[in-house]
Write a protein that binds this ligand. Sequence first.
Ligand code: GLU
Length: 298
Amino acid sequence: MTGRATFAAAVLLTLLAAGCGKAGTPPPKGPQPSSLPSYQVQDAAAITGSPTLDAARARGHLVVGAKEDQPYLGQKNPATGEYSGFDIEIAKMVGADLGFAPDRIQFKTIASANRETALQNGQVDYYVGTYTINDNRKKLVGFAGPYYLAGQSLLVGKNNTSIHGPEDLNGKKVCSAAGSTPYQRIQKQYPQAKLIAYDTYSACVDNLITGQVDAVTTDNSILMGYAAKVPDELKVVGPLFSKEPYGIGVPKNDTALRYALDDALARHEENGDWKKAYDATLGLSGVPAPTPPPIDRY
Ligand code: GLU
């Protein structure tokens, strides 16, 4: 079974154990298509000088990199192949400002460790998937935004009483995604932890549920989604011990695209789409909509 299938099976078992799914019980919480905003496609003829956008225009659709296993952020429905979540809404709202309706966006799953290469090789036009803006990555790719501010946190089993923050990780098995900033932070700042890397956080969560690891670490936004799916088994603990500003990754030298995406984010924050999208997706994991961080037009 794949990691995703295992996690899905664990969720299903828990839901069945909780008595959900019987006639008359509400379906598990998830983005409701009816509450999602719709985005008006703009005339984008004035956006010129972007090689990425020119190629997408010639191709007839955008190719956008995303995650497929992060609840409320970026999730792929295995039955329909459709992607949903806050990051997906961000990708769609800015796509509309580039002249592409949502049905002209093809999403492509790219793992944390492969994002820079995917942007450098032209595998994706832009990337929206819990992607922290930092100076190291800026040497390789560009970032529009930020559009959201997360922070690193810890996910443990519901009955765990020994882990309350990163200083409790000495000798503990901690899982994170290869190539991610949370992985790098544990490696550098908490070298006593036994760090384990997978390609995805859902693989880490499977290992936490079966007791192979003691904790999963990444952004609180991601961990809250996993905990919300199986609240009887998992909990998020401790303070946020980093700042993870999420950006839209773009090819490094395509400043025309980067500024167009900054403009698009600003417009959708202003007109209420950002909040509406948040409320219908990430907001379902329990945290009210924050004010989006200021956009950094570098
Ligand atoms: N925001 C962090 C990062 O960009 C962790 C989440 C992720 O791996 O996507 O590395």
